[in-house]
Design a binder for this molecule. Structure first.
Ligand code: F6P
Length: 364
């Protein structure tokens, strides 16, 4: 019996279950393959007793329509930085990767499929360099992974953000207000850009184009007082003013390394008031609503293609690689090409040009 282990790491994302289902269904077409899942990324392997689940066709039946991940996930710690509490209450971070690789060999695991974002794929590459047969599958609502045109989860997040803009338009119109919607995306403005265009915002503020508050105020002024009497701003959580920093706080959660981005919308509201913009303003932070719920059709399809390809790469022993979408093909790319950078919105991106073409201001 050959055995493949699946793990989902990092923030959850609509489509994770569709990938798991596709891996299991494709594996079931081969003789003598078993798929198992590690609970909460690699924690299931590192814990004693081991926490794994057998993933067979019955278990994954119909899960492609479910949000989240049936095997759980985490964006803290991991095999290279396992938190160990010291007597004084602080934590040491221990490298348990060799122990994990030995345990996987003991469990007769032939290959690992690691579904996750950049942080998870960094771990995949490090494990590959230590000799583990591993394949990555790209996941993130932020769409900021290098080497793939799209990640699954992104289109669902854009749909949710767009529906939020649509709802805000009706209340902004009724009250003659300027409403500011803060969306996720970390240091990339993909969700904000797509939702601003799809929803018809006046202003779209993204990390890649730092904004000048006077320009934002002028644009809102012209739309608010001389135009339609209300305005919508879509701001990415990582947006920042020219010369300023992202709004965020360092998390005190054990093993959580990322800066928690928050406060971009409320800071903007304050800056607009200081700049003399007088309309009534309110902020909405969409938060984790963008990650929850069922994946849309596009993400289910992309996730299914990724899952099938990942298992076929296992059969071909195409390790140290990540599945990627390069329109119209699903290909494999070296993990090395994916890590250490981000796919950001370029100022001359066709969608930025289209947005400017219909009068959306980026505050620059
Ligand atoms: O990377 C996905 C993402 O949802 C980002 O858009 C966001 O900044 C971050 O994760 C939030 O992480 P957490 O779930 O830990 O708050």
């Amino acid at each position: 019996m050959n055995r493949v282990l699946v793990a989902t790491g990092g923030g959850d994302c609509p489509g994770l279950n569709a990938v798991i289902r596709a891996i299991v269904k494709r594996a079931s077409k081969e003789k003598n393959w078993e798929v198992i899942g590690s609970v909460e990324a690699f924690n299931g392997i590192l814990r004693e007793p081991t926490e794994i689940v057998v993933l067979d066709e019955k278990r994954v039946s119909g899960i492609h329509v479910q949000g989240g991940t049936i095997i759980g996930t985490t964006n803290k710690g991991g095999p290279f930085a396992w938190p160990v509490k010291k007597p004084d209450g602080t934590y040491d971070y221990v490298d348990r990767s060799d122990e994990m690789i030995r345990k996987l060999a003991y469990m007769d695991v032939d290959a690992v499929i690691n579904i996750g974002g950049e942080g998870s794929q960094k771990i995949s590459q490090m494990l590959y360099e230590k000799g583990l047969n591993i394949i990555g599958v790209p996941k993130t609502i932020d769409n900021d992974l290098l080497a793939t045109d799209f990640t699954f989860g992104f289109q669902t997040a854009v749909q949710i953000a767009t529906e939020a803009v649509d709802k805000l338009v009706s209340t902004a119109q009724s009250h003659n207000r300027t409403l500011i919607l803060e969306v996720m995306g970390r240091y990339a403005g993909w969700i904000a850009l797509h939702a601003a265009v799809a929803g018809g915002a006046e202003v779209c503020l993204i990390p890649e184009i730092p904004y000048d508050i006077q320009k934002v105020a002028e644009r809102l002024e012209s739309r608010y007082h001389k135009g339609r009497g209300f305005a919508i701003v879509v701001i990415a959580e990582g947006a920042k003013p020219i010369g300023g920093n992202v709004a965020g706080v360092k998390s005190d959660e054990v093993g959580y390394e990322n800066l928690r981005l928050m406060g971009a919308a409320s800071r903007l509201m304050k800056e607009l008031k200081e700049a003399g913009f007088e309309a009534d303003m309110r902020e909405t932070v969409l938060g984790h609503l963008q990650r929850g719920g069922i994946p849309n059709a596009y993400d289910r399809i992309l996730a299914t293609e990724f899952g099938v390809k990942a298992f076929e790469m296992v059969l071909e022993r195409d390790f140290g690689k990540m599945v990627a979408y390069r329109h119209p093909d699903i290909v494999s790319v070296p993990l090395k090409e994916v890590i250490g950078g981000e796919k950001l919105v370029t100022p001359d991106h066709p969608l930025v040009k289209a947005a400017r073409g219909i009068g959306i201001s980026f505050g620059d």
